[in-house]
Design a protein around this ligand. Structure first.
Ligand SMILES: *Cc1c(COP(=O)(O)O)cnc(C)c1O
Length: 358
């Protein structure tokens, strides 16, 4: 039976990414050696790094003055690296969920953190807007897509202080205006590669403004200077990321992806809104994520939650259990997820309804 992969992360990747990476693990670039056992300074691997950075810039239309880095430690290390490099005394954070909170916790180690807005009181079921930003904060940090709660901001904020964003789960899902941001980062394992790297898009002239010692490996300047190869980078995830970037380009790039993502999400949200057994958890439709779609049983049908999960799992729907803090269900509809998987899930929801209410 075909499996439909709705995991939130690590999550579905293009078949090409998996196939090409598997091949390179046996024979990399015709060298007769595995990708795992070749120097990262070999001309063959340097070419991979160069092409991955160049394609990353091309696909996101990254302007001059920014660099792309692939670093170990996941997005979680970025939670600390950001304040280490940018926060002198004060920073501003938008509290939109568990990941935002982890970022806030790290920043608090460096001084005053102003929480400009929070949707915590309603289990983060909306994306706060119209908040005041302290002008003397060194930056505002946002999480553009809240993987656990299924909320997303669909525009690039225009603000007066540097904007820093965790885009772990929506990078490459829509066109972005990079020039609005000072730094963007994310774990690669949602929309790009297997786990093991974080990507960072950094505006080079924004650095060097705090007067503290920054440990070498936590200083963005180190990695810019070293071409993202100051030390041995995670070569296998970087190779896989390049395969995903090539696939993205062949699919028509980020614009084409965005169209497909809108279409896929619309199919599933339509079912959630119209099937009497289910209801969406995100109240404002404009805040609904295109990447992580969350829903619960409608009132009166709560007793069927486990049964629906088992029913769907039996039909090949993998990874639709909601995060434990929200309950219910979550389908992650990342770039590599085909529309046919969304259609299969919708069919499954309709079939379940027909079994229970006719
Ligand atoms: C998954 C995720 C993270 C954590 O990423 P790691 O690479 O595991 O540290 C951070 N932020 C968001 C929005 C995520 O979805």
């Amino acid at each position: 039976m075909k499996k439909h992969n709705f995991y939130a992360g690590p999550s579905i990747l293009p078949e090409d990414t998996i196939k090409n990476t598997a091949e390179a693990l046996h024979d990399f670039a015709g060298m007769g050696l595995s990708l795992m056992e070749v120097s990262h300074r070999s001309k063959e691997f340097v070419a991979v790094m160069d092409e991955a950075q160049a394609l990353f810039k091309e696909l996101l239309n990254i302007p001059e003055g920014y660099e792309v880095l692939f670093l170990g430690g996941g997005a979680s290390t970025q939670f600390a690296m950001v304040p280490f490099n940018y926060m002198q005394n004060k920073s501003a954070y938008l509290n939109t969920g568990a990941w935002a909170n982890k970022a806030i916790k790290e920043a608090k180690g460096f001084g005053e953190v102003v929480e400009v807005a929070s949707s915590a009181e309603t289990t983060y079921n909306y994306y706060p807007k119209n908040f005041d930003i302290p002008e003397d904060a060194d930056y505002l940090h946002i999480t553009t897509n809240n993987t656990i709660y299924g909320t997303e901001i669909h525009e690039d904020l225009d603000i007066n202080i540097p904007l820093i964003a965790d885009m772990s789960s929506d990078i490459f899902s829509r066109p972005i205006d990079i020039s609005k941001y000072t730094l963007i980062y994310g774990g690669a394992q949602k929309n790009l590669a297997p786990s093991g790297i974080a990507f960072v898009i950094v505006k080079v002239d924004s650095l060097g403004k705090v007067d503290r010692y920054i440990p070498t490996m936590l200083d963005y300047k180190t990695h810019i200077k070293g071409g993202s190869m100051f030390n041995t980078p995670p070569v296998v995830p970087i190779y896989a990321a390049l395969q995903t970037l090539k696939w993205l380009k062949a699919q028509g790039g980020v614009e084409a992806m965005y169209k497909r993502n809108v279409e896929k999400a619309a199919i599933l949200y339509h079912e959630i809104d119209n099937n009497p057994m289910f209801k969406g958890t995100v109240v404002n439709k404009e805040d609904r994520s295109l990447m992580n779609i969350c829903w619960i049983m409608e009132e009166g049908y709560e007793q069927y939650e486990k049964e629906f999960l088992d029913f769907a799992t039996e039909k090949g729907m993998i990874g639709i259990k909601g995060h434990r803090s929200v309950g219910g269900f979550r389908a992650s509809t990342y770039n590599a997820l085909p529309k046919s998987s969304v259609e299969a899930l919708v069919a499954c929801m309709q079939e379940f309804k027909a079994l229970k209410i006719s």
